[in-house]
Ligand binder design. Structure first.
Ligand SMILES: Cc1cc2nc3c(=O)[nH]c(=O)nc-3n(C[C@H](O)[C@H](O)[C@H](O)COP(=O)(O)OP(=O)(O)OC[C@H]3O[C@@H](n4cnc5c(N)ncnc54)[C@H](O)[C@@H]3O)c2cc1C
Length: 343
């Protein structure tokens, strides 16, 4: 969808798509919770569903714990996805995730719309406990719980997300050709986003609450040298204005307290993200970025039989296609792991 209409992919306030929320009777009938499952997958974003498609086609009868309100993952909160290969005219995020869900079910994946509340990942048989107290046992577990962009916490941020407010320049920069936009943040990723956005926007205002960047020297210099980037130091955003799409930002000088208004049509929030590692942080090794540590290009974690995929292992790329590819890697790693145990 073009930004002329004020809509683009990063809308975080849409209803969850009905198609991806419907648990099929066939899948429920397939469950046998006294059994030891070959593999349980936690998460149903592109990583979890891709892992489900591959493990189901490998006859491993995966159980997918999809989450109770967040099934389908981050793309459920999106309008148009234009960069997922195979869809010439783009596809709505919830439709893409509904397709992945149905594709996994077609091969027999048992998808349950429940939240996992705890996991025990040591030993040959792992346990995964869901909110109603059901305990699933499995020989292998794939963790694909994604990661969450940090928000500013402003009242109109969610209302205008997808209508000028975004967390992803790679996803949405294209929609801002020839426009004046702003980026908030002071780390490497904020400067990277701002620099990337100069390919499209006429002007990018980089807003930072302090008088120096946290970013590395090379990134700092890149921002200072870029003629399309203007930096507003000691400034915080106190409001986002616009009826149906972003029209301006309310700003406040953090030193003098002086208020001002900046006319922009887009706002990219680049203040970091938090990998969802709450379930496993005491059991698996994490990286300095708080993602789950995996061995090289594999999905192998610090515990045998436990694999991780998608944004929860990825501090850098965080796209649907990279998450899906990572889910494939995890599925193949599980296949090899179980085959080695059985041989
Ligand atoms: C607004 C927005 C727009 C975007 N637009 C694009 C785009 O246009 N193109 C693109 O390529 N990428 C886009 N992205 C990025 C893309 O959505 C992510 O990279 C991708 O979804 C990551 O997939 P994932 O499977 O790792 O995690 P997620 O999609 O985040 O899925 C995580 C899953 O884990 C589940 N989960 C978490 N905790 C639990 C628990 N305790 N129990 C059970 N389940 C749990 C959730 O229910 C969810 O199913 C966008 C992101 C956002 C936020």
């Amino acid at each position: 969808m073009s930004n002329q209409s004020g809509m683009f992919s990063s809308a975080v306030n849409l209803d969850l798509g009905a198609s991806a929320q419907t648990a099929p009777a066939a899948a429920a009938a397939a469950s046998d919770d006294d059994a030891v499952h070959d593999v349980v997958i936690v998460g149903s974003g592109p990583a979890g569903y891709t892992a489900a498609i591959y493990t189901a086609r490998a006859n491993l009868n995966p159980v997918v714990l999809a989450g109770s309100v967040t099934a389908g993952g981050e793309l459920m909160n999106t309008t148009e996805v234009e960069n997922y290969p195979g869809f010439i005219d783009g596809i709505m995020g919830p439709d893409l995730m509904g397709n992945m869900q149905q594709q996994a079910e077609r091969f027999g994946a048992d998808i349950r719309y429940e939240d996992v509340v705890s996991v025990e990942l040591e030993g040959e048989i792992k346990t995964v406990t869901v909110e109603d107290g059901t305990v699933l046992r499995a020989r292998a577990v794939i963790i694909s719980t994604g990661s969450e962009y940090r928000k500013l916490g402003l009242p109109d941020e969610d209302r205008l997300s997808g209508h000028g407010v975004s967390w992803c320049a790679t996803c949405d920069g294209f929609f801002f050709k020839g426009q004046n936009i702003a980026v908030i943040g002071g780390g490497d990723s904020a400067i990277e986003e701002a620099t990337f956005l100069t390919k499209f926007a006429d002007k990018v205002t980089l807003i930072h609450r302090r008088d120096e960047f946290r970013a590395s020297e090379i990134m700092r210099q890149r921002a200072l040298d870029d003629p399309k980037i203007e930096i507003l130091w000691n400034t915080k955003v106190t409001g986002i204005n616009g009826e149906n799409k972003v029209e301006s930002l309310d700003l406040e000088d953090t030193v003098t307290g002086e208020a001002s208004e900046l006319a922009v049509t887009g706002l990219f929030v680049a203040i970091g993200s938090d990998p969802r590692v709450g379930l496993v942080k005491d059991q698996l090794e994490l990286t300095a970025d708080s993602t789950i540590a995996v061995d090289g290009r594999t999905s192998t974690t610090s515990l045998p039989g436990v694999f991780a995929a998608g944004d929860v292992v990825d501090p850098t790329y965080r796209q649907a296609i990279t998450a899906a590819a990572s889910g494939c890697v995890a599925a193949v790693d599980v296949e090899h792991y179980l085959a080695a145990l059985d041989s």
